[in-house]
Design a protein around this ligand. Sequence first.
Ligand code: MRU
Length: 337
Amino acid sequence: MPTAAQPAVQPILWCRDHLQLLDQRKLPQAVNYLSCRGAADVASAIHSMAVRGAPAIGIAAAYGLVLALRADVDGYDRAFETLAASRPTAVNLRWALERMGAVWLAGHDLEALEAEAIRIHQEDLEQNRRMAELGAALLPANATVLTHCNTGALATGGHGTALGVIRTGYAMNRIVRVYNTETRPWLQGARLTAWELQQEGIPGQLVADGAAAHLMASERIDWVIVGADRIAANGDTANKIGTYALALAARAHGTRFMVVAPSGTFDLRCPGGGAIPIEQRPAQELTEFKGQAIAPAGYDAFNPVFDVTPAALIDAIVCERGVVMLPTTDKLAALLR
Ligand code: MRU
């Protein structure tokens, strides 16, 4: 039975000798857990998107490192690199591994390493709750919001980032209407966000990605609220493909644009969006649907799965450390100092 401290949706279950991951490829039709027993299993679950969402893959990788070093105390470098290479864009992955690495290299202590992974997991939930309060406080009364991809409990240690703001805003009666994009091609919105909203009893409405600008033109949308996979030092933000188009449409229609992300998503080593690696995934994710061809045989596809929204299009970045309006390099440096 979920409690206040334990969220209803638990995508990551630490079982000490193995890790259980809710297989997000199967949702919403089936709720199945995958068992991971080492770094290779965890890296494969991340790469194949059984577990996805920037904070969630960082948490999973942290537990993966514990499993790897329990099996082979000399396997640090190999396990670190295997996990770090599983997906390139979300910096939370490397951030969590570097945090774990600092603990391991300080004393080669397996108990301390496990405790650090559990701390990373728990802290993420606490940070999400804090960001949810901060983000919800930016909403006007009777707000209508639009979100993209899935940034809920499934993508994090619980509650969610952008979806956490929506959950809390709805619970506070500040939000009257929620729209969420389907998020092609992987359908994180249609499959996962819709499932989470329904589980919470929050009435959402799905919109095709291509309908978002029309929606903003035909109805007042107060805020677009999204998560992030990496925020560069100047505030440029990488997030699920289609986020940039939403930000452009929002600016054109007087809709405000909020990015919600914990401090582990910021990459101050990255000066601007141009330095963020953008993951490209196989053409088949676009040319096929559930194994069935939807494009002519042999037709190629360009499939970047993230894009960069320039800081100039962002009205607010919400982090557990505070809120930055109209982000700049100086404001973000001060926030994260
Ligand atoms: O490819 P995905 O599903 O891992 O992409 C997820 C996103 O883009 C999310 O918006 C981001 O990771 C933030 S999740 C709190």
